[in-house]
Design a protein around this ligand. Structure first.
Ligand SMILES: Nc1ncnc2c1ncn2[C@@H]1O[C@H](COP(=O)(O)OP(=O)(O)OP(=O)(O)O)[C@@H](O)[C@H]1O
Length: 311
């Protein structure tokens, strides 16, 4: 069973279509990265999947439960970290967790046990009696994630979980996300941090009102860039474009100031001739390397051809 399954999921706010015909299948124990520009409809999607707002059309099932007909069950199996987690500043860390655990319907004993478990896991145990108002941003974020996990949800929605955290705190949150997956949970990660998505995600959805692409990071790279090599030259690269383009095996070539990015089907077979051709034409080659585009490069490439949908 897929942890998340959507079919033509759509949400409209008056005339504005925020999410259009979203089809999505996310297996359990997956970290899914949901990428898209501001206003793309990511939060609206998450709110529908957590049964917080109703779809205008289409269906979605989370952990097997329909978000419209089984909204209470969906809320019981989902945990959500929003951009503005409402923690109570005047309550201590432990009091906050105990309060929310009781809201989730846990018994007093269960609440105490879970709160203690997460306070220890997030290294907040020593500060458990301090008011949350005195916490740093990283400590608050960890507490907010703990709050989202108290009722042991199988699907966890995290909106920008490491935003504003220092590198060490961000690392511990990323490690925690991997631990959650190892424990069989499905993580739906909304982020603008593409390096983070690249590191964590098994599956990436690029979204702007509609789903533009859904694939593993490796497949996205291969699909958009295939086998590419980067040739770094001592001087300007532009003059060499025409002759490289004429080589029969070259699929595509682009130039930076001092580098050529050449897409070809088989680098092992074709690189020697590429190098011979460039040297014969007078190019001073500093080095040549396989080109592995960053997720940021891929994302920008995918976004390039999409236009902002009309309101
Ligand atoms: N309750 C609402 N009423 C009217 N319009 C809304 C409502 N919620 C969201 N929208 C609109 O829907 C569109 C998508 O918003 P949404 O918050 O889902 O985007 P997002 O991808 O989460 O953006 P960001 O990355 O900036 O958080 C926006 O144009 C927004 O103004």
């Amino acid at each position: 069973m897929n942890a998340i399954e959507c079919h033509r999921l759509t949400r409209q706010f008056d005339q504005l279509v925020a999410v259009a015909d979203l089809d999505l299948s996310i297996p359990a124990s997956t970290i899914f990265g949901f990428l898209g520009p501001n206003g793309a409809g990511k939060t609206t999607t998450v709110r529908m999947l957590c049964a917080l707002i109703a779809p205008s059309r289409g269906q979605a099932r989370v952990a097997g439960f329909d978000v419209q007909t089984r909204a209470a069950a969906v809320r019981a199996v989902t945990g959500i970290l929003t951009e503005t987690p409402g923690l109570y500043d005047t309550l201590s860390a432990q009091e906050n967790l105990l309060f929310f655990a009781r809201l989730y319907g846990l018994s007093a004993a269960q609440a105490a046990e879970r709160a203690a478990y997460y306070l220890r896991l997030f290294e907040l145990w020593d500060r458990r009696n301090d008011p949350v108002g005195s916490f740093s941003k990283g400590m608050r974020q960890k507490l907010a994630i703990a709050r989202a996990l108290l009722h042991d949800p199988s699907v966890v929605f995290l909106d920008e979980p490491t935003s504003g955290l220092d590198p060490a705190a961000a690392r511990s949150v990323r490690d925690l996300i991997k631990t959650l997956r190892a424990g069989g949970r499905t993580i739906f990660l909304t982020t603008h941090n593409l390096a983070e998505a690249d590191e964590l995600c098994d599956l990436i959805g690029v979204f702007r009102t509609r789903l533009i692409s859904l694939d593993t990071p490796a497949n996205l790279r291969a699909r958009l860039f295939g086998n590419s090599v980067r040739v770094v030259l001592a001087g300007p690269a532009e003059p060499f474009i025409p002759m490289v383009r004429r080589l029969p095996f070259v699929v595509d070539v682009t130039a930076g100031e001092r580098e050529l990015l050449v897409r070809l089907p088989n680098p092992d077979q074709h690189n020697p001739e590429l190098v011979r051709t460039l040297v014969a034409a007078g190019a001073d080659i500093c080095y040549l390397e396989p080109f592995t585009p960053s997720l940021e490069t891929i994302y920008l490439e995918l976004m390039q051809d999409t236009v902002t949908p009309a309101a």
